[in-house]
Design a protein around this ligand. Structure first.
Ligand SMILES: Nc1nc2c(ncn2[C@@H]2O[C@H](COP(=O)(O)OP(=O)(O)OP(=O)(O)O)[C@@H](O)[C@H]2O)c(=O)[nH]1
Ligand SMILES: [Mg+2]
Length: 473
């Protein structure tokens, strides 16, 4: 047990409901302590499965969540619930109603229910919801259900927070199904036609199926099933959970990519907000922002021009001035500066030099041993890009193994980079594996890192940042 005086993060990780409530409030209020708390607990999260439930007002989402929760509890899973209501600026009736509907779980320690009220813009609500889910994850809830009203783009952002998205519709919304199409089709993993006791459930289900079949020609993999439920009568709930479990199993390979996409969206949102805060605190004079708005309204300046000027003030260089024209490049154009050298695995460097030096007349540097690799390398000067003769100096070295398997010959291509840390981060960021996630010392004081050979289609690629001094091998 943790005591009340223990740090919030510890009480949270121990699952203390009061600590959870406090943590979510900090996040909702955008308090700096909220961000600090996320920093302390984040490494311990990623275990909870996030279920997003969205749909039009009154579709029965809360009733569904209530019944799903009851069923998950009988299956022994702890459930956190976040009810988001972006349509009402005040925490009013809907949330009270949810409280009543979910009262059955009020005494259950394995269930935590929280309503998320709108504060400021929706992008912010999507972020605070995501962070509240992190809090529940840290507190040990196996499943976090996020209920969102509506099906517009903003709600789509909130649903993106989830690992699986359940879109709830009701009979008689056939026409609406058409209208919903764009946003919903992209995000729905499971469709639920709730209130199946009502007339027209079949028609609604059929119109969803039809839309899916139109989409089907292009897509492969998981096809969102269309389920029917009657939440009030607890019908179809078990099947819905089984379907979610099946989706979870089938999508385990892509879950990482989905979570990464979510991380990107969140990081961009935070950076955008932080940069704006930086502008307001450190760059713009008091009232200057309003002045820009006036000038734009008066057509004295266009928004891009205004942004370019402010960016220029913020960055103090031409980058700002260029803002309106040049989108940030990805990957950075200067990532690879040149081919640094081509590595050749040799049995005996001296014998090779008889050709390169003796016949071709090329000069070469003094041999150098690379510690830890049991190799000796020798650079042959061939202009800007060099040849690197690599020989083994002990049995069992990587080069000895290579020679034994493949024989002497071309071994790797080294690409020169200006900033090896940035290069590694970029490559890893693109989802490409590296043999070296941290640079190691190469010959002549350089820093090197190898890309995983399975990723480079038949060529072993070395990234190399030459030593800072004059020796640029
Ligand atoms: N006939 C019928 N009524 C249902 C069913 N499920 C829910 N309801 C009723 O529909 C009404 C709305 O249910 P909620 O669960 O509050 O719906 P919601 O989608 O959460 O509503 P908001 O959060 O306000 O958007 C309630 O009166 C429920 O009792 C169902 O399967 N059949
Ligand atoms: Mg509701």
């Amino acid at each position: 047990m943790t005591t009340a005086s223990a740090p919030l993060s510890e009480r949270l990780l121990a699952g203390d409901p009061r600590a959870i409530a406090r943590a979510i409030s900090l996040i909702e209020n955008e308090a700096p302590e909220g961000a600090a708390l996320i920093g302390r607990i984040f490494a311990k999260t990623g275990n909870a499965y996030l279920i997003g439930i969205t749909g039009p007002p009154g579709a029965g989402k809360s009733t569904l969540v209530d019944k799903i929760t009851a069923e998950l509890r009988t299956r022994g899973r702890k459930v956190g619930i976040l009810a988001v209501d972006p349509t009402s600026p005040f925490s009013g009736g809907a949330i009270l109603g949810d409280r009543v509907r979910m009262q059955a779980h009020a005494e259950d320690e394995g269930v935590f229910i929280r309503s998320m009220a709108t504060r400021g813009h929706l992008g912010g609500l999507a972020r605070t919801t995501a962070e509240a889910a992190i809090v529940l994850d840290a507190a040990g809830y196996d499943v976090v259900i996020i209920e969102t009203v509506g099906v517009g783009q903003d709600e789509v952002d909130i649903v993106r927070t989830a690992d699986v998205s359940v879109v709830t519709l009701v009979p008689g919304t056939g026409d609406e199904v058409q209208a919903l199409k764009a946003g919903i089709m992209e995000i729905a993993d499971v469709f639920v036609v709730n209130k199946a006791d009502r007339e027209g459930a079949d028609r609604t289900a059929a119109s969803i199926e039809m839309m899916l079949s139109l989409d089907d020609a292009m897509s492969e993999g998981w096809r969102p099933p269309v389920l029917r439920t009657e939440a009030t009568a607890n019908r179809g709930i078990g099947e819905l959970i089984d379907t979610i479990d099946r989706f979870r199993e089938q999508s385990s390979d892509t879950l990482g990519a989905r979570r990464r996409a979510r991380a990107e969206w969140r990081l961009r949102e935070i950076l955008g907000r932080r940069f704006m805060q930086h502008l307001e605190a450190n760059v713009l004079q008091p009232g200057e922002f309003g002045l820009w708005l006036d000038r734009i309204a008066a057509r004295e300046v266009d928004p891009y021009g205004a942004a370019a000027t402010v960016m220029g003030q913020a960055l103090g260089n031409e980058l700002g001035g260029d803002f309106s024209r040049s989108a940030p490049k990805s990957p950075p154009s200067a990532l690879v500066a040149a081919i640094d050298h081509v590595g050749i695995a040799v049995e005996d460097a001296d014998a090779s030099l008889k050709f390169f030096a003796g016949v071709l007349g090329l000069t070469s540097d003094a041999p150098q041993d690379v510690k830890g690799q049991n190799t000796r390398v020798r650079f042959v000067n061939t202009g800007d890009a060099k040849l690197e003769l690599v020989e083994s100096i002990a049995p069992g070295s990587p080069i000895a193994n290579y020679l034994e398997k493949r024989g002497p010959g071309l071994h790797h291509v080294a690409l020169r980079v200006c900033d090896i840390h940035a290069a590694i981060a970029h490559v890893l960021g693109a989802g490409v594996r590296m043999i070296d996630k941290e640079p190691r010392r190469g010959a002549h004081g350089s820093l090197i890192a190898f890309v995983h050979p399975a990723e480079t289609h038949g060529v072993l690629v070395e990234l190399k940042q030459p030593a800072a001094s004059g020796e640029s091998h």
